[in-house]
Design a binder for this molecule. Structure first.
Ligand SMILES: [Fe+2]
Length: 483
């Protein structure tokens, strides 16, 4: 359980604190390789790396020894950019004792890798419900089977590509399980049904709705469906509430970024990308400027494999993942060209540390969802927030970053109110903060993010709105809203 504490009134929008796992380190010899994006292929190098005795205690990773981590994305052409390629380590963590487990793998592009999580719930009859599957490697499947009980339900609760690519391949491994998917599935640039996204001839047993009573697991779960337009297809996310454990399952809508890297990110196979990021401090850059082709690899391998360096790398990685172009980051084209590595061109100013600390270990709504998705349908989103906030959860488990996050409906309301209340006021809808004690509704409560970090996302939003691809909610559509 995350040891979170209730925020003070002055920091209500900062949410609750998340846990900071302790961890240890290992040391490896250097792989030698050079290419412009050489670091992007680090995961492929991992299996060829020679581990050296370091005297450090290895991280406590509950993995299945000897089980294959091999996996090929299908259809591959949709997933070419997804790291870490064909070898994916899975870690399993018991999130609610005897009831809920998180299975984490690493996922990303261009060396910005964060954890993606599958949540498995043991139901009253002893069988399992799988929420948002991950890549069904042999290791992953063995870790699931170790729990005992049959996989009875497999849920695709989202339309997001980075989650749905695993649904079909995973569902095919459990042909007796009932498979349900969120409505509005789409793909880009070619519109393909789930059958072409790995589901094959596997039958879909139904489409998720807002009514739990439509499903055979209704006595154990409540459901809340959130839909907002993206232009090329809808954003859809279905929250599940597991009543017995008082736990809400989410995909992307709210997250909590931990202070330290997730276990799977600091695993020996995966920590190189964190070390690369750690190398990019403004004070480190000069050491490989003007070097020969292989200099950058050497520079990276000079980074001590310590928890502190992994943490520095994690902080920068998280800022990349959240903002795409963090304001604390500069790019040195000359350095990148000389070293034939895009990564070597990134130079972080020390201010990134305070930027990270301002948003970490709190209940937040990802900047991209704030700027490009949820602001398109404020009333719809607010009604969804109202519904999930009425559930009696005391923690939630998202599909990224930390879990479980100790939080209540109040924390979720405040996280959304920070960016949605101003739009709700403009639309004449009740503000999310208006139903909360000790919070004075204002046009806009304090956002978790500074405007410089949001610049690129706000620019994209301006372009999307100006293009007319996505229509904004109009004031008259808010009649009847009951927030
Ligand atoms: Fe996601």
């Amino acid at each position: 359980m995350a040891p979170c504490s209730r925020p003070s009134s002055s920091s209500l929008l900062q949410g609750r604190r998340c846990r900071t796992p302790s961890h240890t380190s290992r040391v490896y010899t250097r792989p030698s390789r050079s290419s412009f994006f050489r670091a992007s292929s680090s995961s492929f190098q991992a299996s060829t790396r020679n581990e050296t005795a370091s005297g450090d205690t290895p991280p406590d990773l509950p993995v299945k020894q000897g089980a294959s981590r091999f996996w090929i994305p299908i259809p591959a052409f949709l997933c070419l950019l997804f790291q870490p390629g064909t070898s994916r380590r899975t870690t399993r963590t018991e999130l609610v004792k005897g009831q809920i487990w998180g299975f984490d793998q690493l996922q990303g592009v261009l060396n910005v890798l964060v954890n993606v999580r599958m949540t498995v719930v043991r139901m009253k009859n002893g069988n399992l419900l799988v929420y948002s599957p991950i890549a069904p490697t042999e290791e992953c499947l063995q870790l699931v089977r170790e729990l005992g009980g049959e996989v009875e339900y497999i849920i695709l609760p989202t339309t997001a590509l980075e989650h749905k690519i695993y649904f079909g391949p995973f569902a095919r491994k459990f042909p007796k399980a009932k498979a349900y998917a969120a409505p509005g599935q789409w793909s880009f640039p070619v519109p393909l049904p789930l059958s072409f996204l790995g589901l094959g001839f596997r039958r879909l047993d139904g489409t998720l709705t807002d009514e739990a009573s439509d499903f055979p697991f209704a006595d154990e779960f409540d459901l809340a469906l959130l839909e907002a337009p993206l232009g090329i297809g809808p954003y859809v996310e279905c929250a599940f509430y597991h009543k017995r454990s008082r736990t809400m399952l989410l995909v992307d809508a709210a997250v909590c970024v931990p202070n330290s890297p997730p276990t799977v990110a600091r695993s020996p196979e995966n920590d190189r990308t964190l070390l690369i990021r750690a190398r990019q401090d403004v004070n480190d850059g000069a050491s490989y400027l003007g070097g020969i082709v292989d200099d950058y690899d050497r520079a990276v391998d000079q980074v001590p494999r310590t928890d502190q360096k992994r943490q520095e790398g994690w902080w920068k990685t998280a800022l990349f993942a959240l903002f795409f172009q963090p304001s604390d980051l500069d790019f040195d084209f000359v350095k990148a060209f000389v070293n034939q590595s895009a990564d070597s061109g990134f130079v972080w100013r020390d201010s990134y540390k305070s930027t990270f600390q301002n948003l970490s270990e709190k209940v937040i709504v990802a900047p991209i969802l704030q700027a490009l998705v949820f602001n398109k349908r404020p009333t719809t989103v607010a009604n969804w927030v109202k519904k999930v906030s009425s559930w009696g959860f005391d923690k939630f488990i998202p599909c990224h970053f930390d879990a479980p996050v100790k939080a209540t409906g109040r924390d979720i309301r405040l996280a959304f109110a920070s960016f949605l209340d101003e739009d709700l006021a403009d639309l004449g809808s009740p503000q999310l903060s208006s139903a909360l004690d000790n919070v004075v509704p204002t046009r806009a409560l304090r956002s978790s993010y500074n405007k410089d970090d949001m610049k690129i996302l706000n620019t994209l939003d301006t372009i999307v709105v100006a293009s007319g691809v996505v229509k904004l909610e109009k004031k008259q559509t808010t009649k009847g809203a009951n927030v």
